[in-house]
Design a binder for this molecule. Structure first.
Ligand code: THU
Length: 127
């Protein structure tokens, strides 16, 4: 299996999801090959939950990474789990038309470009 997909599946093991019991992992690949992983982290207020994709992205940004190629998202669903709307907004702004690869623990995968998942974005080109 592609190591990026395996990294997303492994990161899913660190999910803190006691409220939804829905564990998600993500692995974000920089243009220089570095990989930052994330998992969803829930909170007793529910609303402060942070998705796996945003954890991976914020980790990468806070370490100085700025150019990204691909992100893998892992969840245990047969209909593969895509990034939520909030994550799509941030992925678009920081990763542009990156490749988004969805995967489940049985090795099923599906690949999209951000433009397919987020076809008419609001971004800094309007400001
Ligand atoms: N979640 C993610 O981490 N990423 C997704 O792509 C979809 C949803 C999380 C948020 C919450 O902790 C749980 O999954 C259920 O919505």
């Amino acid at each position: 299996m592609d190591p990026l997909l395996q990294a997303a599946l492994d990161a899913r093991g660190n999910a803190h999801a006691p409220y939804s019991d829905f564990q998600v992992g993500a692995a974000l690949e920089c243009d220089d090959g570095r990989v930052y992983t994330g998992c969803n982290i829930e909170n007793a207020t529910y609303g402060l939950t942070v998705c796996a994709e945003r954890v991976a992205l914020l980790k990468a940004l806070s370490e100085g990474a700025r150019k990204f190629r691909r992100i893998a998202v892992a969840a245990d669903t047969d209909r593969l789990t895509p990034p939520c709307g909030a994550c799509r907004q941030l992925l678009w702004e920081f990763c542009g038309d990156a490749e988004v690869i969805l995967v489940n623990p049985r090795g099923r995968t599906e690949s999209f470009r951000m433009k397919e998942l987020f076809p008419r974005p609001f971004d800094d080109s309007f400001l």
